[in-house]
Design a protein around this ligand. Structure first.
Ligand SMILES: [Zn+2]
Length: 87
């Protein structure tokens, strides 16, 4: 049970191939680092810079970034969310 887990290497996210109309799972790290993926079924390029994947690729990168930031801060706890009682 390793507790030092690389989030980006463990968590996977479905990526849709528009050529063969299938969904495949790639690790977040692979999605975040690659400009494009190769469909394991039809071999087509899945261009992550395409607008169809734009929001998706951005959110994946943000997910990894958040994890990295949280880990870097270590013991420091975020309390701003509870004290900010307004709207
Ligand atoms: Zn495909």
């Amino acid at each position: 049970m390793a507790c030092d887990v690389d989030t980006g290497a463990v968590f996977k996210h479905p990526v849709h191939c528009f050529d063969c109309d299938q969904t495949f799972y790639f690790t977040l790290r692979k999605i975040a680092e690659a400009q494009k993926l190769v469909c394991p079924l039809c071999g087509s390029d899945i261009n992550l810079t395409d607008q169809a994947y734009g929001f998706f690729a951005t959110s994946v990168k943000q997910t990894i970034d958040l994890r990295v930031v949280t880990g870097a801060m270590g013991s420091k706890k975020l309390r701003s969310t509870t004290t900010n009682g307004g709207h």
